[in-house]
Every structure is written in structure tokens, then in C-alpha cells.
Write a protein that binds this ligand. Sequence first.
Ligand code: PHB
Length: 390
Amino acid sequence: MQKRNFIRTAAVTALAASLGLAWAQDTTFKIGLLLPLTGPFASTGKQLESAARLYIAQNGDTVGGKKVQLIVKDDTGVADVSKRLAQELVVNDKVNVLAGFGLTPLAMASATIATQSKTPMVVMAAATSSITEASPYIVRSSFTVPQVVTILADWAIKNDIRKVVTLVTDYAPGVDSETWFNQRFVAQGGVVVESLRVPLRSPDFAPFLQKVRDAKPDALFTFVPAGVGTALMKQFAERGMDKAGIRVIAEGSVTDDDILDGMGEVALGVVTAHHYSAAHNSALNKKFVEAFGKANGGLRPNFMAVGAYDGMRVIYEAAKATQGGTGEALLQAMKGQSFESPRGPVTIDPQTRDVVHNIYVRKVEKVGGQLWNTEVQTFTAVKDPAKAGK
Ligand code: PHB
């Protein structure tokens, strides 16, 4: 008798546990956020996480009738770790959506997990053009490098820059920067005298900058990922290259808002193209910069923050439209979204799943005693040129 009671109790407990699990899955909407929170790209992780949390604080932690659960994991900036964590988030946590991806190799490594499990994957940071082609479940809220550097090449030609040396970080977005800038610049009569690549890990810019100096170009065109620009500009100044009349034109990650104010005088006058400046003049952006600073000890949001903030918006609206859905339905609801972002107007192209937004030419200026990327020219609704016909 006692034994039977025990078995009955155990069966009831097991049933309750499984119902509890089903209930939890039914009533929670899980976002798995993969970020480099330690290692050389920790500043990117911090910007992304802070912005995702700000979005939730401002928009509530219930969406489509479900409780939002943000599960944050540190991928340490290593692709294999990112892939393993993505797999765990899908298999063990059964997340509705994967998000984050601070660097291209991290996004590329997780793409097959998204495809195999049919889990939408929102790329909030990485910017190599081909990322969205690595899985039909990828949606991008960050930007693409070709979108930005082609506009900078046009600006250079119009501003009498004829001879450049290029210097990029030696991995996919650096190669994209070099390829798309060079092609567009040379097609309009520009000359690229030398194309240099520095390693991703612990770069020493000194020998490369010496080569730039020797080549005596009108300008140095450069790309380094967010957080790395300070070291580059410091070594540029140490060699007196700013005084030698070599201008710097760059993909906007180089004068990333997170670190710009600490770069010093050498950054003044640097011209970049990008999709977001914390100085963007709109009411929505002013509110965003203020709220982000207030929540993070005065930190200035950079383009990584805006990528995460907008990515959360895309996720929330898709969750609303599908009552906290999953898979294909959730993905479909992300495509074609159009909204005003702190960066300006944004659309998720329903065909390519890539971001279409304004690209701005900016110049570093001192305003109110601080360095800012002042927007001087706007190009509206720019598509990734690598997907022009798609
Ligand atoms: C990338 O790895 O795709 C990436 C990272 C940081 C940037 C830009 C691109 O600032």
C-alpha cells in the first residue's frame, strides 16, 4: 500500500514538473544574448548588453503576453565558444531567438545552429556583408561595412584625395573594407599605393604606420574594430603623421563613440562614414543618449549600443505580432519592419534580411569641450551594395 502511494506521488510529481516546464515555456519568451564580455572586445559586449537592458527597462519585460527572459552568455570573443553556447541556448534553454554576435567570426560560427534549429538569429554588431547569407534565419540590426566605405570613397574623390594607403584589421570586415573602398576609389581615378593588414589579436601598428609614412599618401584609409581605434590614433600621433600632412579617413568604428573623447587632439578632423553618431541630431537620439548615460555611469552609447537597442525592438515587435512565437513565424514577423531609431529611419529588407538605413559622413570636432562625430552629410536609405540586385 505504502509502496503504491509512493509510486502515485512520484508520478504526480513528475507530471507536475513536466507541466511546470511546459507552462514556463509557454509563458516565457527567451532571448539568448551572446556577447564578448571578457577579452579584448569586452567594450563591445558591455555596450550591447547595456543597450539591450535599457530597451527592456523602457519597454517592459512582458511581450506578446509572455514574460521576457534575457539569458546573457559570455562568448569571450572566441568563435568555438560562441558556437557551443549557441547550441546550449537552443537545446537546453530552448530560446525563442539568438542575438548579439559582437564580431563576424562569432556570428559565422553560430549560423549553422540557427539554420538547423530554425531559430531566428539577430546580428546586432558584426558587419561583414556575407553574414546574412550564412543562414536564412539571420536578421541584421547593425550595419554592413560595404554600405559605409563606398560612401567614404566617393567623399574622398570629391575632396581631392587621390592617393591613399589602406590599413585594415586582417579578418573578414577588414577585408570587406579594403575590397569595397579600393574598388570604388580606383573606379573614380584614385590610386591605392599600398594595402596593409594588421593582425586581429594584439596589433602593433608601428611598423605598418612607418610604411604609410614612407609612401607619402594624401590620406590613410583605415578600418579597425570598435575599441581598437585609440591605439591606432595614438601611434599615428607618436610618429607625427598628423603634422606630416597625412589625413585620416576611416570606417566609423575607428572613432567609435565609446572611446572617441579619450583619443585627444590627433582625432580632430578625422573624416569617417557610419550609420550612427551619438551626436545625431534628433529628439529620439537625445533621449537615448541621456537614458543610456544615466543607466551606465555617464557612458556614451556607440553604434554597438544602437545595434542592440534596435535589434531588441525588432525582436519585441515580432514577439508581439506572433504572441511570443518561435521559428519561421517569428522570423517572418522580423522581415520588413520599419521604424525610427536613434540613428534615423531603419528598415529590415524583407528580401535580404539586412538593414537599410542612412549613412552619414562625419567629421571629428570639439563641441562643448568633448570630441564628437559631427554629421556633415546624409545619404538616405542605403542598401548593402553587395546585395544591390537582390
Ligand atoms: C565585425 O567583426 O564584423 C566587426 C566588429 C567591430 C566593428 C565592425 C565590425 O567595429
